[in-house]
Design a protein around this ligand. Structure first.
Ligand code: ATP
Length: 301
């Protein structure tokens, strides 16, 4: 009997895991209610990731024919680099990432991962290559330990414990009545935004995808949570290509490249130091933050 139950149980687990990671992407982009808009090309091969270089090449896009959202967007993220995308609300930051996941087809230009046009590979392989840390992650009605294991269902207990340590969840878990066995979700413990984001980071640490997309929480975090999340992000981003939608400049300072978007156009790109020297849009944003002395993390205006 066990022989029948075990695989069924395992399949159920795999199904929930797949639904879980897709739900995270959908939740990140508010896509739950939508029909798929893109289809795989006939005989499309899987994406082969080798390093994880991401290239946006003259990308133009609008959700409808009447309004262009992105205009001629070009930038390159070399393998293993961290790129931060900044810009005012509505500038097109989330749209860029939705296009990287190929939730929509482009109007013009191309997006390449390791030289392969993402519109020519299977969507399944594309989405498997990209790990997502959303602002508000989906938690299941099970223990916090199993919630983290959803990042990679075959991960051993030691690996889950290591992910907990690296994502700075040990202190939080240590205070729970049943530690990592405490149930979360509807009938269990409620987690704060920062704690949920660290669970998402721990899952991503277990998954170790070659490309990571991080949507920084807009809600203000206390400076200790902010610092521990920054350290946890640095841990998952180590050696991996990462794209961060940054709402706070504190996340941006150590990025290899900062892309400044304004009304769907890349108006500046470079390191923090280079952009300050340029004295343009980014330098103005930075000045605003500097004037807010005493605040560790000031949201971008
Ligand atoms: P924020 O910082 O506020 O999240 P953002 O820079 O991420 O903003 P996007 O979410 O990419 O901006 O939105 C860019 C523009 O595209 C906005 O004007 C927005 O209204 C529009 N937009 C976003 N999603 C859709 C959609 N599904 N259909 C039509 N227009 C959309």
């Amino acid at each position: 009997m066990m022989q029948i139950f075990m695989p069924l149980n395992f399949l159920g687990f795999v199904y929930r895991e797949m639904k879980g990671s897709l739900a995270n992407i959908e939740k990140m982009f508010g896509l739950l209610e939508h029909e798929p808009r893109v289809r795989d090309c006939e005989g499309a091969p899987p994406l082969r990731v080798n390093g994880g270089e991401v290239v946006f090449e003259a990308v133009g896009f609008g959700y409808g024919p009447d309004r262009r959202i992105l205009h001629d967007v070009s930038f390159t993220v070399p393998p293993g680099h961290k790129v931060a995308i900044v810009g005012s609300s509505g500038a097109g930051k989330s749209t860029l990432l939705k296009l990287l996941f190929r939730f929509y087809n482009l109007d013009s230009g191309r997006i390449l991962i390791d030289g392969q046009d993402i519109s020519r590979v299977t969507q399944d392989s594309l989405r498997k290559a990209i790990g997502v840390v959303p602002q508000d992650t989906v938690l299941f009605n099970t223990s916090i330990f199993e919630n983290i294991r959803y990042g990679r269902i075959d991960a051993g207990d030691d690996e889950v414990r290591e992910a907990i340590r690296l994502s700075h969840l040990e202190g939080f878990i240590g205070q729970l009545p049943q530690g990592a066995d405490t149930r979360v979700g509807e009938r269990g413990l409620k987690l704060s935004g920062g704690e949920k984001q660290r669970v998402a980071i721990a899952r991503t640490l277990l998954k170790r995808p070659p490309i990571i997309v991080f949507d920084e929480a807009t809600s203000s975090l206390d400076s200790q949570s902010e610092q521990s999340i920054l350290e946890a992000i640095a841990e998952i981003a180590r050696g991996q290509t990462s794209l961060v939608i940054a709402h706070r400049l504190s996340t941006v300072v150590d990025a290899d490249t900062i892309i400044v978007l304004d009304q769907g156009r890349v108006v500046e790109q470079g390191s923090h130091a280079a952009l300050l020297q340029l004295g343009g849009t980014y330098a103005r944003l930075w000045d605003i933050q500097q004037r807010e002395r005493g605040a560790v993390a000031v949201p971008l205006p």
